[in-house]
Design a protein around this ligand. Structure first.
Ligand code: GDP
Length: 364
């Protein structure tokens, strides 16, 4: 599954948000209770109304949403790359994530100490980014030193790694995150394999007081400006509101959101922003037993999409019977879609579309 690391300075609301996200009714399902893998790791359901629609049409007994993992990565402070705070341990946690949700304090509250004694989310973002850049620089220097011997032996893989590490190093020494480096298609896999912290896509989460949850404030607007300049995403959230919602059932939560002038819970918006950031999309498998959502990267071909369900589906892939979500709904299900000629047989080169209802045929 996909992992989103929640980072930020102390006292910005990370734990409040993490706890709310993983406890909220929407995050849980009777057949898939929230499970704490480790105290700071939580799996949540990816909310998707289309799945409920499909299950209703097909009369599916079970609904199984896609899942996403959140990791609360505490211990980030100035000097973390030099081993301050939890230092290296948290950096290792970030390495294992697909994207970073960077929580920024966009609220004033005299009772809650800010580590640097002032509320300035843009400066906070720079503090954390600097730690990540320093950490990358240190690991690059070590790795390049370790490659020297292999380079003398004319090792092609080592040459590629060293070339990519050098490009990242140049950007970092210029004060920029490694994600600004433009990488050729044939280098992409090796580049990702380097697992540099500053190549992870970033989503800035502006944590605001309850009264600013709908419209934001001057702090969140400053963050949005910064994010736009970086090509990063932002989400406006009130961790306190999410905390309250997490204690309500679905119906109460909807009423509460209405009172706050919000259309959607922060969890939904955060997950959707994460999907956009990671270029993820969803396809469905639907039958009387279950309706289920599966997550793939945009551009995934049918056999690899099948492989998300099971490796054998990919290996023995023959074809995918495909119905677009809108057609499935308009034709009131599979047999209707078939009669209307809306069910297509797609082969190995088919690029799965968001919302496709798929049925795979494969050799065992
Ligand atoms: P962490 O150190 O980043 O994990 O921060 P916590 O989630 O522990 O929050 C630190 C304190 O800030 C707690 O007392 C929270 O209740 C409080 N807090 C979190 N979000 C908000 C907010 O939006 N407004 C206000 N006023 N307080 C908040």
């Amino acid at each position: 599954g996909f992992r989103m690391g929640i980072v930020g300075l102390p006292n910005v609301g990370k734990s409040t948000l993490f706890n709310a996200l993983t406890k909220t009714a929407a995050a849980q399902a009777a057949n898939f209770p929230f499970c704490t893998i480790e105290p700071n790791v939580g799996e949540v359901n990816v909310p998707d109304r289309r799945l409920d629609t499909l299950a209703e049409i097909a009369g599916s007994k079970q609904i199984i949403p896609a899942r996403m993992t959140f990791v609360d990565i505490a211990g980030l402070v100035k000097g973390a790359s030099q081993g301050e705070g939890l230092g290296n341990q948290f950096l290792a946690n970030i390495r294992e994530t697909d994207a970073i949700a960077h929580v920024l304090r966009c609220f004033e509250d005299g009772d809650i100490t800010h580590v640097d004694g002032r509320v300035d989310p843009v400066a906070d973002a720079e503090v954390i980014e600097t730690e990540l850049m320093l950490s990358d620089l240190e690991s690059i220097e070590k790795r390049r030193a370790n490659l020297v011997r292999k380079l003398k032996g004319n090792d092609k893989e080592a040459q590629q790694q060293d070339r990519l590490l050098a490009a990242a190093q140049a950007a970092l020494e210029d004060g920029k995150p490694a994600r600004v480096v433009e990488v050729d298609a044939e280098d992409l896999k090796a580049w990702k394999g380097l697992q540099l912290l500053t190549t992870k896509p970033v989503l800035y989460v502006c944590n605001v007081n309850e009264e600013d949850a709908a419209a934001g404030n001057a702090f969140s607007r400053a963050v949005e400006e910064m994010a736009a300049a970086q090509g990063a995403g932002t989400v406006l959230i009130s961790a306190r509101i999410e905390e309250e919602i997490s204690q309500l059932d679905a119906e109460e939560a909807e009423m509460f959101l209405g009172e706050m002038g919000l259309e959607e819970a922060g969890l939904d918006r955060l997950i959707r922003a994460g999907y956009d950031l990671l270029h993820l999309e969803t396809y469905f498998t639907v039958g009387p037993k279950e309706a289920r959502a599966w997550t793939i990267r945009q551009g995934t071909l049918a056999p690899q999409a099948a492989g998300v369900i099971h490796g054998d589906f990919e290996k023995g892939f023959i074809r995918a019977e495909t119905i677009a979500f809108d057609d499935y709904v308009a034709c009131k299900g599979e047999s209707g879609a078939k009669e209307a000629g809306k069910m297509r047989a797609e082969g190995k080169a088919y690029e799965v579309k968001d919302g496709d209802v798929l049925h795979f045929l494969f050799n065992t």
